[in-house]
Design a protein around this ligand. Structure first.
Ligand code: R1P
Ligand code: URA
Length: 291
């Protein structure tokens, strides 16, 4: 077994992984990720008990229980650059022995569910509704640094998307990864399903113009118009493709859920986004506690 060097897997004086500041025993196998560090307490306030609170930089974790179910809620901050850190460190916490610094023989599968906010790309997916992402389609470049594994349907969607948007060359090559089917199947009633596009920014990369001009101002309309069989792009945000891409390569069950706070077709923003997020948190915890 190859020993992973101190420079590659950084463990602090507390015996905790570098960015997340978590020791293996401080993490549950069911994990909720949220972008906003302040949203961690909005999730953990629903726990029956909280056994530990941990923080380093924007990475806040609360671990506790709802009934018998042990759950950790972890903030990721914004963007797939942070997702690279969070997913790799969550996996290291369960699948690497911190004493011998070797990969364990028996690998564990985590259930990782993102509760985030997002912009709808379809007129019929209104603000304050919820989306469960069937796929994360990344235009953020993260997975292009890893050896990817795709099934045939994913590759067909990607090929159709590349032909439709002509998004190659100058910008990052798109990539795709599906949701964990074992967890997606519990999130049907009350959720729109569709492809979520993950962008490397909130303004230009999501077609928002404040003062800067865009190279491809039609990009957002192309996303709305894209169809492949029954698949369409429902929404975009900034983490899903990284979670699905890295999570799948590492063998975890991942799902991204979004409260729609903006509808970019109808040019509307939620009048009470906090209430929509609270509803999504309660609904998600109810489903996770039962499964
Ligand atoms: C942008 O405002 C942020 O909101 C969305 C995007 O993915 C991005 O992180 O998710 P969160 O509300 O989970 O942060
Ligand atoms: N988060 C995003 O990334 N985009 C939106 O439009 C809303 C939330």
């Amino acid at each position: 077994m190859n020993r992973i060097a101190e420079s590659e897997l950084i463990i602090n004086n507390r015996g905790a992984v570098y960015h997340l500041n978590l020791r293996p025993e401080e993490l549950a196998n069911t994990i909720i990720t949220v972008g906003d560090p302040d949203r961690v307490q909005e999730v953990s306030k629903h726990f029956d008990n909280i056994e530990g609170k941990y923080q380093h930089r924007e990475f806040v974790t609360h671990t506790g229980r709802i009934g018998q179910k042990r759950i950790s809620v972890v903030s990721t901050g914004i963007g797939t650059d942070n997702i690279d850190i969070v997913l790799n460190e969550l996996d290291a916490l369960v699948n690497i022995d911190f004493t011998s610094r070797t990969v364990k023989k028996e690998l564990s599968k985590l259930t990782i569910v993102r509760i985030g906010t997002s912009g709808s790309l379809q007129a019929d997916i209104p603000v304050d509704s919820f989306v469960a992402s069937t796929h994360g389609l990344g235009v953020d470049n993260l997975l292009n640094f890893y050896r990817q594994e795709n099934n045939d349907e994913d590759l067909h969607i990607l090929k159709a998307f590349t032909a439709h948007t002509q998004l190659t060359g100058g910008m990052a090559a798109p990539y795709i990864a599906g949701a964990g089917a074992a967890v997606l199947k519990h999130f049907v009633e009350g959720f729109h399903h569709g492809i979520t596009v993950t962008c490397p920014g909130f303004y230009g990369p999501q077609g928002r113009v404040l003062r800067l001009g865009l190279i491809n101002p039609d990009f957002i309309d192309l996303l709305t118009a894209f169809r492949f069989g029954n698949h369409r792009i429902t929404n975009f945000e900034m983490e899903t493709s990284g979670i699905y891409g890295i999570g799948k390569l590492l063998g975890h069950h991942c799902l991204s859920l979004s409260a729609i706070v903006a509808n970019r077709v109808k040019k509307e923003f939620s009048k009470d986004s906090a209430a929509a997020i609270e509803q999504l948190i309660v609904k998600t915890l109810g489903i996770l506690a039962m499964n």
